[in-house]
Design a binder for this molecule. Structure first.
Ligand code: EPZ
Length: 417
């Protein structure tokens, strides 16, 4: 099993480039199932989840060609409208094929994802939304079978709670449904807007993406399109925190500052100088001492849950007590125990963690439990005294493209074992 070996204590400086967004590219790839023409996606990140989605689409019958960060996907015909357990268990986002398959092929068989390290993460809202659009849903042998042989029909769908992939799944189902669909209490994340832009290029009629009410007027068919995926705001945010935690002076290039508002506010509150430059560059300069700042995770435009673990690592180096409240997932503090093994002073109770700092961290052997938790352990390793070995880095490879190379180029001592 691969590991990262990190020697802490080096300031990061120079430039680091942001890759395309994993969480935007995944639904965009699934959207290619909605047409028999080629969909070309540019700026797709070279991460494991993307390769998993590529395999899933190929199993379903699509021709998937990748050349660097450019993917061409053509689902000429759907030969097997199924997402098997083997793939779904390694990547929950596999359930994003459910909506497009029912819309295009009239049926889908998708394994139910099991529990997850960060929370239960059910997909009940995807399913009840599809039922409203007229699909018949059955659960058997751990699989969801959805059928709509006569096609889907537009409906009013009010999400009980905001769900990102749920909104994406139903958006993709509704673009081919007859008549109008309204998605209320929809997610407003930039990844939803990006997906809607791709679908509109393919011929869909969508209004309101990026707000909590999305209106879709179904069309009989969609065509191919070419689309450039937005920059990964979570990768960019992780690098901004890396600059700040190492006392560095780092330029994060190719980001979208408008997607990072909540994080930039909090970084400034902690005393970090963040300056937006031309073409999506953000220069982050650390102060001589960081100040503790509380965060509460929320849906966009609030503070992203996917940056909570990295923020916790940063707060171990800040003066004072910071309260971190996790509102999206019920069990997303596994990194706290590993950070504590490195010397952090963190107490957790329910969905709240209190970090008292600054505490010097010392290098240790730690285990990554999920994607963003691994990123927080890498950040802690960058500032810890001595050697940190982060085990199970396959988690980090799911969502960060060659993170060790990007960090080394900015002066970190990190290598893959
Ligand atoms: C997306 O997951 C992201 N994944 C996650 O990123 C991210 O953490 C999350 O949104 C929140 O921003 C992708 O985009 C591929 P949700 P998703 O449905 O869509 C509950 C990363 O590290 N819920 O918005 O699965 C759910 O349990 C990953 O890159 C239901 O109860 O998250 C959670 O508590 C991790 N029923 C809350 O809603 C449902 O049917 C929000 O989840 C759906 C969700």
């Amino acid at each position: 099993m691969e590991k990262f070996q990190i020697h802490g204590g080096r300031r990061l400086s120079g430039v680091v480039e942001v890759s395309g967004s994993k969480n935007s590219a995944l639904p965009a790839m699934a959207a290619a199932l909605l047409t028999d023409e080629p969909v070309v996606l540019e700026h797709v990140p070279g991460v494991r989840d993307i390769r998993t989605m590529g395999r899933l689409l190929a199993d379903i019958g699509a021709a998937v060609e990748a050349q660097g960060s450019r993917y061409s996907i053509q689902a000429g015909c759907i030969t097997s409208p199924e997402a098997p357990y083997d793939l779904v268990k390694t990547m929950r986002a596999s359930s994003l094929v459910l909506g497009p398959l029912v819309a295009r092929a009239g049926r889908a068989r998708v394994s139910l994802p099991g529990g997850c390290a960060i929370g239960a993460r059910p997909i009940n809202l995807h399913l009840s939304g599809l039922e409203k659009l007229g699909a018949r849903i059955r659960q058997e042998h751990g699989y969801i079978e959805a059928q709509a042989p006569g096609g889907l029909t537009g409906a009013q769908i009010h999400f009980e709670r905001i769900t990102v992939t749920g909104t994406e799944d139903l958006l993709m189902a509704a673009v081919l449904a007859g008549g109008e669909t309204v998605l209320a209490n929809a997610a407003c994340e930039p990844e939803i807007v990006d997906l809607a832009e791709l679908l509109v290029k393919m011929g869909a009629r969508i209004q309101g993406a990026g707000t909590s009410t999305i209106r879709i007027l179904g069309v009989p068919e969609l065509a191919g399109a070419t689309h450039r995926i937005i920059p990964d705001r979570i990768e960019a945010g992780t690098f901004l925190i890396a600059g700040a935690i190492t006392g560095g002076d780092l330029e994060v290039r190719g980001a979208r500052p408008d997607h990072l508002g909540a994080l930039l506010d909090k970084l400034r509150g902690a005393g970090v100088d963040c300056a937006a430059g031309p073409e999506g560059s953000i220069r982050v300069r650390a102060p001589s001492g960081l100040k503790a700042v509380d965060v509460t995770t929320q849906e966009f435009p609030g503070f992203a849950t996917d940056l909570q673990a990295q923020w916790m690592a940063l707060m171990t180096q800040a003066e004072g007590a910071s309260i971190i409240t996790e509102m999206i997932f019920e069990n997303r503090f596994l990194h706290a125990l590993e950070l504590a093994r490195m010397g952090a002073d963190i107490s957790t109770q329910g969905h709240r963690a209190v970090v008292r700092g600054p505490t010097p961290l010392s290098g240790a052997a730690v285990i990554a439990s999920d994607l963003r938790a691994s990123a927080s352990l890498v950040l802690a390793g960058l500032v810890a005294r001595g050697e940190t070995v982060v085990d199970r880095v396959y988690h980090i490879d799911r969502g960060y493209e060659r993170i060790e190379r990007k960090l080394s180029a900015a002066g970190a001592s990190i290598r893959r074992l």
